[in-house]
Design a protein around this ligand. Sequence first.
Ligand SMILES: C[S@@+](CC[C@H](N)C(=O)[O-])C[C@H]1O[C@@H](n2cnc3c(N)ncnc32)[C@H](O)[C@@H]1O
Length: 311
Amino acid sequence: MDEVRSAYQAAEGFEAVLAEELARKGVVVSRWHGPLALSGDGPVEAAWALDVWRSPVLIPVGSIKAGADALRAIQRNWDCLAVAHFRRAALIGQRLPPIKAREFGAGSVAPDAKLGGWTLLAPDLMLASAEKSSPFLGAVPAFAEDHIGPPSRAYLKLWEACLRFGAWPGPGEVCFDLGASPGGWTWAIAERGAAVVAVDRAPLEPRVAAMAGVSLRQGSAFSMAPEPCDWLFSDIIAYPDRLLELVRAWIAAGVVRRIVCTVKFQGATDHDTAEAFAAIQGGRLQHLSVNKHELTFMWRRPDQAGSGLSP
Ligand SMILES: C[S@@+](CC[C@H](N)C(=O)[O-])C[C@H]1O[C@@H](n2cnc3c(N)ncnc32)[C@H](O)[C@@H]1O
């Protein structure tokens, strides 16, 4: 087996788009191990990866005990990506210190404990990475969902973005929610106690429109001039280059502190525009576990300390 210097985990169904992104970045994928793209090239940031293994090493596994001992000798916390050899992987896992699975919700903070990833490439060969980008078990945060309040499950995108961002809207803050209807994101923002101006041509669901702090502005977000606010949220369905223009205009106006917006793709992925979003100083682009063929752009004004943007 050739040396592996980085590995990238794709969400189910997004292997091809991740492969395209890696190829554009000069990363040669030597083989796929389930959803994990293995490469002999050094690690790069990859928006379409749920997780990036930054320091993988190949470890011969003579026995179940030897495999577990090798991991424990490196660090405490390990997450198994089980793709094959399930029974043997489970037996190794049983010999590792347990990690309590957590459910996240509004206002949650991402785990800060160091978490490594490992997988059995063969019964006697393990790939393990002490450094990886996702702090979540299974590379995906599990949410305690609210099945009553929000009008749809779209609010989970906002929750996951804020969890990864390390910052949430709160009381006293002013937010714009572009493309707000039927109101999942507006619901999630108003629930946090922030004031929210929902912008859409379509109406909000009446119970969301009636929440404290919510006001509706009916019309197109593209005809609005940037206005002072703490957060600009957008889940508009729009061509990525048009959204990029809008985001750049709000940033250039100097009126917004933080941005969370969904960049949606139709047909072929517009990698050029994705790269232009990723290049904006203070920003990050990520395929959230709840995203479909879309990426989430998270940005904070460079002078805004305390907004992590880490996981
Ligand atoms: C995916 S939905 C948003 C769902 C919403 N985030 C939620 O949680 O319920 C996209 C919305 O964008 C709106 N939209 C599309 N183009 C728009 C524009 N130019 N200005 C404002 N809203 C727009 C659509 O009317 C639609 O309601």
